[in-house]
Design a protein around this ligand. Structure first.
Ligand code: AMP
Length: 216
């Protein structure tokens, strides 16, 4: 199974599409954002240290996220990794390349999910997830069938991220354009880049990603 990277600004749909690939293809989602939130809620020293940075919408240090990926990259090799939210800087991209080489793996495709900023505010500020199973919802576009209860697992533990507000989003977008968007050129030059329209319907985006995966 191919190893892929989903690249795009906050709210582009990376997490939603990654979860689909996990369900439909048994791939393994590696989300540094989820790992950092887990570290925060389990109260580890690193989790506490990065919580404030994350709440402001700034990037945490390369060293921390590279360490997190380094721990995960060997275990499930072969099932196909989906890198979601990592790498976010050029040093992280170089580190990923080195880690893949060291473990005898390849990054097969980088899928840029292109969206325009205007859509992101609405997407992000209405977003909530099931704290139990991770299903993603939206106040307007994808509400739960029964108010307050997850359609998938029935839990009533619905959570909203502290950084899913307009001020933090503005900062996250600035970080994206300053530090992450150069990766588009980086992977284009490496001939690994594919671009999909992140504003299309969820199924259409999923089909475009499937097409890329099936080529690898
Ligand atoms: P995400 O869930 O991917 O939107 O990430 C949430 C937050 O976690 C980001 O705004 C950053 O503060 C932090 N974060 C996640 N992944 C990275 C990364 N690869 N590099 C630096 N910071 C990250």
């Amino acid at each position: 199974m191919a190893n892929i990277l989903l690249l795009g600004p906050p709210g582009a749909g990376k997490g939603t599409q990654a979860k689909r690939l996990v369900d439909e293809r048994g791939m393994v989602q590696l989300s540094t954002g989820d790992m950092l939130r887990d570290a925060k809620s389990s109260g580890t020293e690193m989790g506490n240290r990065v919580a404030e940075v994350m709440a402001k919408g700034l990037l945490v240090t390369d060293e921390i996220v590279i360490g997190l990926i380094d721990e995960k990259i060997t275990g499930d090799a072969g099932r196909g990794f989906i890198f979601d939210g990592f790498p976010r800087t050029l040093p992280q991209a170089d580190a990923l390349c080195a880690l893949m080489m060291r473990t005898g793996q390849t990054l097969d495709a980088v899928i840029e999910m292109r969206v325009d900023d205007a859509a992101l505010v609405a997407r992000i500020t209405g977003r909530f997830t099931c704290g139990n199973c991770g299903a993603v919802y939206h106040d307007q576009t994808k509400p739960t069938a029964k108010l307050g209860f997850c359609d998938v697992c029935g839990s009533n533990n619905m959570v909203r991220r502290v950084d899913d507000n307009e001020a933090a989003l503005r900062q996250r977008l600035m970080e994206y354009y300053k530090k992450t968007s150069p990766l588009i050129g980086y992977y284009y030059a490496k001939k690994q880049l594919y671009t999909v329209d992140g504003l299309a319907a969820m199924d259409v985006v999923a089909a475009a990603i499937a097409k890329v995966l099936d080529r690898h």
